[in-house]
Design a protein around this ligand. Sequence first.
Ligand code: ADP
Length: 437
Amino acid sequence: MTLLNPWVYEIWRFVTVTFLALLAGLLTGNMILSALIASLGYITWHLINLVRLEKWLRSGGASVPPIGKGVWGELYYDIYRMRQRNRKSKRRLADVIGRFRESTAALPDAAVVLRATGEIEWFNSAAAHYLGLTSPNDIGQRLINLLRHPAFSHYLAQGDYSSTLELPSPADETVILEVNIIPYGGKNQNLLIARDITRIKRLESMRKDFVANVSHELRTPLTVLSGTLETISDADNSETLATWRRSLNYMQQHTMRMQNIVDDLLMISKLEADDHQQDHHPVSLSALLSTVYDEALVLSDSQHEIRLDITPSLWLLGDEKELHSAFSNLVANAIRYSPAGGVVVIKCQQQDDGGTLFCVKDGGIGIAPHHIQRLTERFYRIDTGRSRDSGGTGLGLAIVKHVLDRHDARMEISSKVEKGSEFCCYFPASRRCSAVY
Ligand code: ADP
């Protein structure tokens, strides 16, 4: 069906009304009155349509448009279609904005949208966490009034955002944030991004300390070696053989120390390098601990009483070399920090929850409580002289901690000064396995 052009329809209506008015004028003999009535009728009809249009628009225009004929019908329909289109594109836009907000809200970094005048327009949940912002109270507030840090005020004031700024988090002083302001939109609007760099900072300072410690550790043996070599080369023929021997022994001792440090450093770097590639197999704890026990006897040189108490047929899923290194480090410490005649007990037992507990107990010099937390740090030693004299590198417990981490295990240390210490490693049930794997 082809629809009639609304204007043709309208012209027909106008012509009909005019014709009827003429006819009525001719019949009644009062042309002016019938023309007036016809015009009024026509205008009233348009007015009624106008009122309906206005009412429909005022009601939001969401419902179906009023039914109209001719131009009015077309007008209603056109407006209705236009509104539908607008509504659809608005919905699409709202969807896009919603998705954008959801993804920004899920960002681990804090994001704050700032107006040109510095007020907060929007922020994500990470910003609430790291910058201590609260919604909706802080929306519309100037960020500079909420983030009161001189360095941040200066950063904002200078207006040069090409570099980043490091700040302690206002919500938690121990968290270090890297703040970056990104101008966007060409209307002086800014996006502030803050990310947590505490771990990176800590690693940086650990690396610096580590390099300093390694240099410090190797300097003494090297000085001794070069000094001794100088002495030997300066010695005249009357030098006795005994003096030479003493020097050579001394050199040997220090070479050994350097060798131990390098070996332990290599072990740590190996443990760190393949952090994620664990090639674990069932390890027989009976076999492993009997080796550790034999080595302990050699180290003690019959100066200590060493006991081994182990549940038979215990197997752990792990790396044999790493476990050997951890266990023998703990046993060696127990011997080295116990006076002659002391008792060292090595225990390994299955727990009620299926876990495995390995403990080394000694009756040695013990450790004051404030040191315990830091013992697994590299090169942390309570008595450096004593550690060195007994062949320690200060890296043993750092290795133990690494190995335990890689075996989902944890270590507990209990100790009393002058009474002795106990180092226990707990391996969860998930690490237990049988010989046939
Ligand atoms: P080190 O090579 O110096 O022994 P470790 O990392 O093995 O290095 O141990 C760190 C420090 O912890 C030691 O220097 C020592 O002071 C202390 N320590 C470790 N085990 C014991 C123990 N069984 N008794 C007393 N002190 C200990």
